[in-house]
Design a protein around this ligand. Structure first.
Ligand SMILES: Cc1cc2nc3c(=O)[nH]c(=O)nc-3n(C[C@H](O)[C@H](O)[C@H](O)COP(=O)(O)O)c2cc1C
Length: 213
C-alpha cells in the first residue's frame, strides 16, 4: 500500500445500511465511492475550517488527495492563509456534502504535516501545468495583475521545460487525524439519520453514538 492509498470498498456494506457500520473510515470510503459515481464534479471536495490568530473561524474548499488509517490528506501552499493558520494552531474541521446523495460527513481532529517523501510522491503525479502553477503562485498574497501571474507561470515553464519539476519547498500536504467523524443522511419528513464516531486519540477505539437529527 502506498502512503496515501485509498481503503478498499467493503463488500459487506451497502449504501443503505450505514447505521450497522462499526468502522468510520471504511464507511467514509464507501460513501466517497458512491459520491464518485453520482457527483457531476469534484466528489473529493471538502470545506476545510481553521482558526486564525484572533480565534476567528476561516473556511475554504480543498480536495481530499489521500486517505488511510492515519487520516485525511490535502495539499496546498504552506505559506497560504490556511497553511499559516494550521501551523499556528494545528486543529481543523472539514465537511463533505454530496448534493446528488444528500449526505454529509463531518470530520474534526488535530493536523500534522505529511512527510516530504509523501508530498514528493503526490506532487510527481500532478500534471506538469499544475506543477508549474504551484511554483508560480504565492497563494493568498496580493497579486498586482493577472499578467504578473501569467509572467511567473511562463518563467517557471521555461525554467522547467526539460525534465521533471521538483516540488516547491512551500508546497506540501496536511493530514487531519480524525477524532470525530459524523455521518448524516436524509430520511423522509426530516427524520434524518446521524451517526457519530468519536475517540479520545488516534490509538483509541471508536465509540459510536446515534444523535438526534
Ligand atoms: C472545489 C475546490 C477545490 C479546491 N482545492 C484546493 C486544494 O486542494 N488546495 C488548495 O490549496 N486550494 C484549493 N482550492 C482553493 C481554496 O479554496 C482557496 O481559495 C485557496 O487555497 C486559498 O485559501 P487560503 O487563503 O485560506 O489559504 C479549491 C477551491 C475549490 C472551489
Amino acid at each position: 500500500m502506498s502512503d496515501t492509498a485509498p481503503i478498499e470498498h467493503p463488500s459487506w456494506l451497502t449504501s443503505g445500511d450505514f447505521t450497522e457500520a462499526d468502522e468510520p473510515l471504511r464507511l467514509f470510503t464507501a460513501w466517497l465511492k458512491d459520491a464518485t459515481a453520482s457527483e457531476p464534479r469534484d466528489p473529493t471536495a471538502m470545506a476545510l475550517a481553521t482558526v486564525d490568530a484572533d480565534g476567528r473561524p476561516n473556511a475554504r474548499m480543498v480536495l481530499l488527495k489521500g486517505l488511510d488509517e492515519r487520516g485525511f490528506v490535502f495539499y496546498t501552499n504552506t505559506a497560504s492563509q490556511k497553511g499559516q493558520e494550521l501551523d499556528a494552531r494545528p486543529e481543523a474541521a472539514m465537511v463533505f456534502y454530496w448534493k446528488s446523495l444528500n449526505r454529509q460527513i463531518r470530520v474534526r481532529g488535530p493536523v500534522e504535516h505529511v512527510t516530504g517523501a509523501e508530498a514528493d510522491g503526490y506532487f510527481a503525479t500532478r500534471p506538469k501545468q499544475a506543477q508549474i502553477g504551484a511554483w508560480a503562485s504565492k497563494q493568498s498574497t496580493p497579486l498586482e495583475s493577472r499578467l504578473a501571474f501569467e509572467k511567473a507561470v511562463a518563467l517557471y515553464a521555461a525554467k522547467y521545460a526539460i525534465g521533471e519539476v521538483p516540488r516547491p519547498p512551500l508546497w506540501s500536504g496536511y493530514r487531519i487525524v480524525p477524532i470525530l467523524i459524523e455521518f448524516w443522511h436524509d430520511r423522509p419528513f426530516r427524520l434524518h439519520d446521524r451517526i457519530e464516531f468519536r475517540r479520545t486519540g488516534p490509538d483509541a477505539a471508536w465509540i459510536k453514538t446515534r444523535l438526534y437529527p
